[in-house]
Design a protein around this ligand. Structure first.
Ligand SMILES: Nc1ncnc2c1ncn2[C@@H]1O[C@H](COP(=O)(O)OP(=O)(O)OP(=O)(O)O)[C@@H](O)[C@H]1O
Length: 379
C-alpha cells in the first residue's frame, strides 16, 4: 500500500505489519572491565515512540548505539522489523539497517547547504537527482524549513539545525528513527516546543522511534513508553503515568523523584515510618514482618488544620510557578517528607496520608502490596 503525506508517497514509513519494529533480546555489552548493558530485553511495536531514560552512565547511549549498529553487542540479538541485524551470525553495518539518526550536536556538514545535508543519505544510496530533489523538498517542508534549503547550517539557530538533522533522518524513509539526546543542546522553551513538534511529526508519518534522554519531562512529552535504565539493566518499561504512579523499583522511584523514599518496618502493629511515631495501619499479606523500602508520593500527602495523629511543621517551601514544593517535618520524629500544594502552605498543621498511594519494596527490591487495616483510605 502506498500512503501519501502532504502529497508525497511515504510507503516505507507506513509498512503495516504485526511484526514488532524492534526486538532486543538478551543484549549484553562489555567494555574492558565495564558491563555497560546487562541482558537487556525489549519489544517495541511499530508506530510507537520509546524513550531510554536514566542517570548518567546507566547505558542509554550504549543501547542506542547497539541498535544503530555503531557498536557490536557482546551477547544477544537485535531484530528490526523481524530482520536480525545483530546476533550470533554477525552484525549489519549501520548503513544497511535503514535507520534515521539524529544526534545531540546535530552532526551537520558545515560545507554543505541545508538541502545538500538532507540529500546526503539519498546520494549515498545512489538515488537519481530528480527523485532526490523531490524527497528533499518533502523532508524540508515536513520540518517547516523549505525556505532555508540553500542556507549554510552555520547560519541557522540550534532548533533549526536540529530540524535539518531530523529532515535528513526521515528523508530516506527509515524503518526506525533513533535520536541521541536530540534536544539537550537547546534552551528550555525551545526544547519543550520541539519535543511536541517531533512527536507530532513521528506520529503523522507513522514512524517508530527510540530516543535517549536524561530528562524525564522530555521523555513524558515525546514517548508512548519509557524504559528506565539503572546500571545497564532496564528496571521498568511503561507509559509515563504508570511509571510515575507505580515505579517498579526504588531506583526508578528515586530517579523520577516521585516522592519521599525511606526505609520502614512492618510488624503486627502496622507500618512504622519512625519508632517515635504511631505506625500507619498497613500490613503485608500473610502478616509477614520485616524491613521495607517505601515511597510516599507527593500526591499522597495533605496538610490540614483538623487534628490527626501526625502533627507537622513546614520545614521549607519553594514557589514553583503553579504550585509550592513543600518539605514537611513530622513534629515528633524529625522525619522529612516532600509534598506539593497549590496554596501557600501554613507553617504547621496535621498530616493526612492517602494510604492507597504508598509503594513498598522488599529487601530484594521486589514491589509488594501493602494492605490497609483501617476503614479509611486517608489517615
Ligand atoms: N567505549 C567505551 N569504552 C569503555 N567504557 C565505555 C565506553 N562507552 C561507554 N562506556 C561505559 O559504559 C557505561 C555506560 O555508558 P553510556 O554512555 O551508555 O551511558 P549513558 O547512560 O548514555 O550516560 P550519559 O547520559 O552520561 O551519556 C559507562 O560506565 C561508560 O563509562
Amino acid at each position: 500500500m502506498i500512503v501519501f503525506y502532504d502529497g508525497f508517497p511515504v510507503n516505507a514509513l507506513t509498512q503495516h505489519t504485526t511484526q514488532p519494529a524492534l526486538e532486543v533480546n538478551g543484549v549484553v555489552k562489555r567494555f574492558a572491565g565495564v558491563e555497560a548493558l546487562a541482558s537487556v530485553n525489549l519489544t517495541l511495536p511499530a508506530g510507537q515512540v520509546l524513550a531510554l531514560l536514566g542517570p548518567s552512565g546507566c547505558g542509554k547511549t550504549t543501547l542506542l548505539r547497539c541498535i544503530a549498529g555503531l557498536i557490536e553487542p557482546s551477547e544477544g540479538r537485535i531484530l528490526i522489523s523481524g530482520e536480525e541485524v545483530s546476533g550470533p551470525r554477525g552484525c549489519l553495518p549501520p548503513e544497511a539497517r535503514r535507520l534515521g539518526m539524529v544526534f545531540q550536536d546535530y552532526a551537520l556538514w558545515p560545507h554543505m547547504t541545508v538541502a545538500e545535508n538532507v540529500a546526503f543519505p539519498l546520494t549515498m544510496q545512489g538515488i537519481a537527482k530528480p527523485e532526490r530533489q523531490k524527497k528533499v523538498e518533502w523532508a524540508l517542508k515536513t520540518v517547516g524549513l523549505q525556505e532555508f534549503a540553500s542556507r549554510s547550517p552555520g547560519t541557522l539557530s540550534g532548533g533549526q539545525q536540529q530540524r535539518v538533522a531530523l529532515a535528513r533522518a526521515i528523508v530516506s524513509e527509515p524503518r526506525l528513527l533513533l535520536m541521541d539526546e536530540p534536544l539537550s543542546n537547546l534552551d528550555k522553551g525551545l526544547r519543550e516546543a520541539l519535543a511536541v513538534e517531533i512527536r507530532r511529526l513521528i506520529k503523522s508519518l507513522h514512524l517508530t522511534a527510540v530516543f535517549v534522554t536524561h530528562d524525564q519531562h522530555e521523555a513524558y512529552a515525546m514517548a508512548d513508553q519509557v524504559a528506565v535504565l539503572h546500571k545497564g539493566v532496564i528496571q521498568q518499561i511503561a507509559p509515563a503515568q504508570v511509571l510515575y504512579r507505580q515505579p517498579a523499583t526504588p531506583d526508578v522511584a528515586k530517579f523520577l523523584d516521585a516522592g519521599t523514599l525511606m526505609s520502614a518496618t512492618v510488624d503486627a502493629k502496622g507500618l512504622w515510618l519512625d519508632s517515635t511515631l504511631p505506625p500507619l495501619p498497613l500490613c503485608l499479606p500473610n502478616a509477614e514482618q520485616g524491613h521495607l523500602q517505601i515511597m510516599l508520593p507527593r500526591s499522597a500527602l495533605q496538610v490540614s488544620s483538623i487534628p490527626s495523629t501526625y502533627p507537622v511543621e513546614v520545614f521549607a517551601s519553594v514557589y514553583q510557578g503553579e504550585f509550592y514544593s513543600v518539605t514537611l517535618e513530622l513534629s515528633s520524629g524529625g522525619l522529612r517528607l516532600q509534598m506539593l500544594t497549590q496554596d501557600a502552605p501554613v507553617s504547621q498543621g496535621y498530616l493526612y496520608i492517602d494510604l492507597r498511594q504508598i509503594r513498598a519494596w522488599d529487601s530484594n527490591n521486589r514491589a509488594i502490596e501493602l494492605r490497609s487495616v483501617s476503614d479509611h483510605s486517608y489517615i
